[in-house]
Design a protein around this ligand. Structure first.
Ligand SMILES: *Cc1c(COP(=O)(O)O)cnc(C)c1O
Length: 485
């Protein structure tokens, strides 16, 4: 060899290894139910991740062996049928194949005249159609919901700043801006406000009512009050599916109000935007198509492998005028590879990965209708678990279940809030450590609860029956231990 390359010396050998890898990946996925949801890593495994950068070569076969034993054996667990913590997706095998083949092509989707770049825009168009945003609206695939929200809020800020904020900067704004969301909104909005230089205090938390949605009278009062004080109401962030309880703000009413007040209407639809494709539940997100911008997350309810999020923007002009920037070395050409709109004009990344393929392939394989049915099915599972909780001794449903997020706790009676919190936290931790089920917890309106977010195409009703029984059994064991002390 006159030069060095990263290509293998022996492709036949690599082919054998790759075939074996695919076989083990299929075993891994098809047998997921037989493994613990999660387990703690032994210290010798942890220590493996502390070693220094390797200066010399290791045979690929040894590396694959290490990955199997140290990485694949200790997953987060969100592909397991009994994982219901926070708000994840469950992934899917076709999406995994897509990530592989996307990496094989290895294209950069910063832009250019090639198929992957066209597919990226096609997937944005499909997602736009799925939520009912009009033809001509714009959008971009990003890493996830947090960045999709940041993209939306940045365009809102630039549109309402009253000056050319890209040129002049925040200091030149004639009046301070205010953004509004409910006290249930996701923490990424605070981060976005901080990143945008507007500051956390420019984000007003409107109290949620008993149903955990934004109280519109309080929103209206806050907007009127700000106007009186010379603050410009710039953007309302409505949430379609809160993390805590899955509550959906009244999108149609907020759309009316924003229209009347000339305020940017942003929807954080990371959980619920795609309910728009679910025949039995799409009524819940009526009005979402009137948003100026929407953040949604194909790695949640479309179960794409992480990461892929999407920002949709009603006005293509507003979108491009916020991000478009074309240096000499990225000019659009009349012919050849550079004869296309650069996709970095729609966000803050220059180089972009081929995350479209995993969404595109699974949407084609199953069709939008099936994904809609799966969303309905998860919401039905949420109702089923709620009924089980209501019928189970010691268990209490803490809030009426709106969609697929069930908030409950074990309450044997006679314990105060702090004792209930410590009992339920211990139940949650033991279920995780025993590998039985992964739940998370939260505090809503001052009450601590366990939380099952069923965004999982592998969950069977039997899994829900099992977790209810295991919560009861674990509670009995803990209470017994405490009584024995
Ligand atoms: C998950 C989520 C986010 C953040 O999305 P990521 O994909 O995790 O970055 C934002 N808002 C809501 C309501 C979410 O559920």
């Amino acid at each position: 060899m006159e030069y060095e390359t990263l290509d293998p010396e022996d492709w036949t050998q690599t082919q054998k290894l790759a075939h074996a890898l695919v076989d083990s990946a299929i075993d891994y996925t098809s047998n997921v139910r037989d493994r613990p949801v999660w387990r703690e890593m032994p210290s010798d495994i942890r220590d493996r991740f502390l070693s220094d950068a390797p200066q010399t070569a290791t045979p690929l076969i040894d590396i694959l062996h290490d990955v199997e034993n140290t990485v694949m054996a200790y997953p987060m667990g969100n592909t397991h049928p009994r994982f219901w913590a926070w708000y994840m997706g469950t992934s899917n095998f076709t999406g995994a194949l897509a990530d592989f083949i996307a990496a094989v092509q290895g294209s950069n989707l910063g832009g250019g005249n090639h198929a992957a770049a066209l597919m990226d825009q096609q997937v944005v168009r499909w997602l736009r159609q799925m939520v009912g945003m009009p033809e001509g609206a714009s959008g971009t695939l990003v890493s996830g919901g947090s960045v999709a929200n940041l993209v939306g809020l940045t365009i809102a800020r630039n549109s309402k700043a009253g000056i050319d904020i890209r040129a002049e900067g925040l200091m030149a704004m004639p009046a301070p801006l205010r953004f509004y969301g409910s006290d249930q909104m996701h923490s990424c909005h605070q981060q976005a406000m901080e990143t945008l230089g507007l500051g956390n205090r420019a984000l007003s938390r409107i109290r949620s009512g008993d149903d955990l949605t934004m109280n519109l009278n309080e929103l209206k009062a806050a907007v009127a009050n700000d106007r009186m004080n010379g603050i410009v109401p710039a953007c309302v962030i409505a949430t379609a599916g809160t993390v805590n309880t899955g509550a959906i703000d009244n999108l149609a009413a907020i759309a009316d109000f924003c229209h009347e007040q000339d305020i940017w209407f942003h929807v954080d639809g990371c959980i619920g935007a795609l309910v728009a494709i679910a025949p039995e539940n799409r009524w819940r997100v009526e009005g979402i198509d009137r948003a100026d911008s929407i953040a949604l997350d194909p790695h949640k309810w479309l179960h794409a492998p992480f990461e892929v999020g999407c920002a949709l923007i009603r006005s293509r002009d507003a979108h491009l005028s916020t991000f478009s920037l074309t240096p000499e070395y990225l000019k659009v050409a009349k012919r050849g590879l550079a004869a296309a709109q650069w996709l970095h004009d729609f966000g803050i990344q220059t180089s972009r990965g081929f995350r479209a393929l995993k969404v595109w392939m699974s949407l084609r394989e199953h069709g939008v209708e099936k994904f809609g049915r799966l969303i309905d099915q998860d919401i039905a599972k949420g109702a089923y678990l709620s009924r089980l909780v209501e019928g189970a001794d010691g268990l209490h449903l803490m809030f009426p279940t709106n969609m697929n997020i069930v908030c409950f706790r074990y309450d044997p009676g006679g314990l105060d809030e702090a004792e209930l919190k410590s009992l339920n936290t211990e139940i949650m931790l033991r279920l995780q450590e025993n590998g039985i089920a992964v739940l998370s917890d939260t505090t809503v309106h001052g009450q601590h609860c366990l939380r099952a977010a069923i965004n999982n195409h592998r969950t069977a009703n039997q899994d829900l029956v099992l977790v209810v029984r295991e919560v009861q059994n674990t509670a009995a064991i803990i209470l017994n231990e405490t009584a024995g002390r």
